[in-house]
Design a protein around this ligand. Structure first.
Ligand code: ATR
Length: 275
């Protein structure tokens, strides 16, 4: 039988607005049960203009760390006193650790994506042709972890070409990447990642059908109960598909590891059903 804990649990939160729908408490409480870590993890709704105050209050009451979700990832970046290289490259922070006066920022989203692709989906990224669709925050966060896997080529396609070009320039030091317009995409890709927010409004970026083939993995960073429009479109052109649930699980596991020094076993959480 487990001994009762004599101390109060370490406290963590996910801060967002809205945040009630967040799966992070379910994941982190599950990781804590699995690993025997003594912690408490809740949601924290911050006012849209009150992120910094909410963080400072949480620190003042002994909070150890926080995940950050929409719309506060840029505010979190600005608030940090220390940043990891991947947070710096992403220009956004999704994981905060509090230590004395320091607010330490990291970004585990791209790590979550790459881990889900490689380990859970069994997809090779090295020497492959990868297409990232979108040039907003979600795309930016994915680029350094993807380029670290040494793809043959990484193409960024976006509705606004200037944003795609800017990202391609900013990340050129990390690998072989370039920007493209949707209509100018040529040949098929091994992995196509939808990093646009188009799925939220059930819209499909105007991608040429020749980018898909039978061995393409079309990955939507969004997840939903039903396949997204992007996944349905890709499947109708012969591609394999996957949504972003595994990315969510893996970014959470990486945050848990940063805080606790223990890696949870993620496979029981990939099914989405309570474990
Ligand atoms: P996020 O932080 O989720 O990436 P964002 O920074 O607002 O959100 O970026 C949204 C991305 O989705 C952008 O790449 C946007 O394209 P533009 O830069 O041209 O605006 C893309 N996007 C949103 N709706 C889209 C649609 N219907 N078709 C194509 N691209 C879309």
């Amino acid at each position: 039988m487990n001994q009762p804990h004599s101390q109060q649990p370490d406290r963590y939160v996910v801060i967002g607005n809205p945040v009630a729908h967040s799966k992070s408490p379910w994941l982190h409480q599950g990781f804590a049960r699995q690993t025997g870590e003594h912690l408490d993890y809740q949601t924290l709704l911050a006012p849209l203009d009150g992120f910094n105050t909410a963080v400072q209050q949480f620190i003042a009451t002994g909070g150890k760390g926080a995940n950050v979700t929409v719309p506060f990832k840029l505010d979190a970046y600005a608030l940090c006193t220390q940043l990891s290289e991947r947070a710096r490259a992403a220009g956004a922070v999704n994981t905060l650790s509090f230590s004395g006066q320091e607010i330490i920022g990291d970004n585990t989203d791209g790590h979550g994506l790459v881990t889900d692709l490689q380990r859970n989906a069994g997809v090779e990224l090295k020497n492959q042709r990868i297409l990232v669709v979108g040039a907003g925050g979600a795309a930016r966060g994915a680029l350094l972890p993807l380029l670290t896997c040494a793809p043959a080529e990484l193409v960024i396609a976006n509705r606004s070409m200037d944003k795609a070009r800017l990202l391609a320039d900013q990340f050129s030091q990390y690998g072989n990447l370039r920007a493209s317009e949707f209509t100018r995409l040529q040949g098929s890709f091994d992995v196509i990642i939808n990093a646009t927010s188009a799925s939220i409004s059930a819209q499909m970026p105007p991608l040429p059908v020749a980018i898909f083939n039978q061995s393409t993995l079309a990955y939507d960073m969004m997840y939903a109960d039903q396949p997204t429009i992007f996944m349905q479109h890709a499947a109708s052109h012969g591609a394999n598909t996957r949504d972003g649930w595994g990315m969510l699980v893996e970014q959470a596991a990486e945050a848990f590891y940063l805080w606790r020094g223990v890696r949870p076993e993620t496979s029981p959480f990939l099914q989405r059903n309570p474990v």
